[in-house]
Write a protein that binds this ligand. Structure first.
Ligand code: CMP
Length: 144
């Protein structure tokens, strides 16, 4: 892991703080790094998702379908994680995440996340809280 990775992951600290050192090490060992150009869709609402992401660089737009119209419900910036909703529930992506700028992401495959969360229930709660507050924020936006 480079210094950049570590500083990025430190920003996503709520999740990583909740892991024991072994869990942190295991997750980082199985992390991938990717770059995506502006306009790239990382998660599409309604599709299944097996990757949890931490945004290392750049900015992304989060949108949901509102009766046929694509409605922005939030934005993501460096240090924030996303993709936790499909990861935790095993269901479909709840929103579409599109790169607004070139992005660098750290990605964690389901097998690694599941293995680590099974041993770190408090980290699962942290992710669940993030997911819940986002669902509420999206509902709020849709009602505006
Ligand atoms: P998931 O449903 O797996 O894939 C889309 C992701 O967008 C979702 O997980 C959350 O990580 C993220 N997301 C959903 N709603 C919001 C929101 N209102 N603000 C920021 N991020 C969101």
């Amino acid at each position: 892991m480079s210094d950049l990775d570590l500083s990025v992951l430190a920003k996503a600290s709520r999740l990583f703080e909740a892991l024991d050192p072994e869990g942190r090490k295991e997750l980082l060992a199985r992390a991938g790094r990717q770059k995506f150009p502006a306009g790239h869709v990382l998660c599409r609402e309604g599709e299944s998702g097996d990757v949890l992401y931490v945004l290392a660089k750049g900015q992304a737009r989060v949108s949901v379908d509102d009766l046929g119209t694509d409605k922005e419900v939030g934005q993501l910036t460096a240090g924030q994680l996303f993709g936790e909703q499909a990861m935790l529930s095993g269901s479909k992506r709840q929103a579409t995440v599109t790169a607004l700028t070139e992005l660098e992401v750290v990605s964690f495959p389901r097998a690694a996340v599941d293995a680590v969360l099974a041993k770190n229930p408090s980290a699962r709660s942290v992710l669940a809280q993030v997911g819940l507050s986002r669902s509420e924020a999206s509902m709020q936006k849709l009602m505006e």
